[in-house]
Design a protein around this ligand. Structure first.
Ligand code: ATR
Length: 268
């Protein structure tokens, strides 16, 4: 019998995950199906449980259900526990296991695909919501010289930084507290969705810096600003494919090649 998987979100129609996992399955010869399923805003848990009851083997979870997915799990990976959010579910008999592959996906895209080592670097992370929280632990694991979390609501950035104190050099504050130049500037805010630019100082990019927007598929004001300041710019498509590869590995025990899939999506 063909194993079935799905991604749950709201909205979900434009998700690229079915395409990505279909490519991974074809490439590795895995007998599986993967669909994008809409969960009602007030009915995430019921929708996932019905999918599992129908034979589903695992699922990805996207906005706005990652915290609800975390709460649904009987067991979680250490990185999911820290992130407080789950983007990958695996159904093992009665147990629901949760992982969070977003941070690993971002780190892999930065270090392996974009060739930007993070050890010893100065990293600025914009945003203090769920998207930012999911990547703080994996970024700190790389041993950056410093990680500064900046947010419009400064308190949220300070609280998030405090939650990860002891795991690296990490602090948080508002945009007026951003000092000096950074080697890597990551946008984990919802500003790009609204076509807005977070209030960054112009000198925020060190020579050769990379600006990374976790959004993909359109030129964001942040990336335009970065290019105008002479920085390199990358969108989040590589992160999307890499987090999917981590999920695929968790489910199938096989690691797919990501570069051809990223190239395919870029061409589409
Ligand atoms: P997500 O799960 O995508 O992280 P979220 O939890 O709603 O969504 O968080 C959105 C983040 O984007 C927050 O850090 C928010 O800043 P505030 O906490 O100050 O609201 C940030 N954000 C949204 N719009 C922004 C904008 N125009 N400029 C800067 N930051 C913005």
């Amino acid at each position: 019998m063909t194993d079935t998987y799905a991604v749950f979100g709201n909205p979900i129609a434009h998700s690229k995950s079915p395409r990505i996992h279909a490519e991974f399955a074809r490439q590795t010869g895995q007998d599986m199906r993967y669909a994008a399923l809409l969960a009602p805003l007030e009915g995430f848990t019921e929708t996932v449980l019905a999918f599992r009851a129908g034979g589903g083997r695992g699922a990805n979870v996207t906005v706005p259900f990652k915290e609800a997915a975390w709460a649904l799990c009987g067991r979680r990976s250490a990185r999911a526990e820290l992130a407080g959010a789950v983007n990958t579910l695996k159904f093992d008999g009665e147990e629901i296991y949760g992982d969070n592959t977003d941070g690993a996906g971002l780190v892999r895209d930065l270090t392996a695909n974009l060739d930007v080592p993070l050890a010893g670097r100065r990293i600025l992370l914009m945003g203090a919501g769920g998207a930012a929280r999911g990547v703080v632990g994996p970024l700190l694991e790389q041993g950056p010289r410093a990680l500064f979390i900046v947010n419009r609501t400064a308190d949220k950035a300070m609280t998030l930084a405090a939650a990860f104190a002891g795991q690296g050099v990490v602090a948080g504050g508002g945009y007026d507290a951003v000092r000096g130049a950074y080697d890597v500037v990551i946008n984990a805010t919802a500003a790009s969705l609204a076509g807005e630019l977070p209030p960054l100082p112009e000198q925020v990019f060190a020579p050769g810096a990379l600006a990374y927007d976790m959004m993909y598929g359109r030129d964001t004001p942040f990336l335009a600003f970065a290019l105008a300041q002479g920085a390199r710019a990358a969108d989040g498509l590589g992160m999307l494919v890499e987090q999917a590869a981590e999920a695929f590995f968790l489910w199938r025990g096989v690691r797919p090649l990501t570069a051809p899939v990223i190239a395919l999506l870029r061409a589409a």
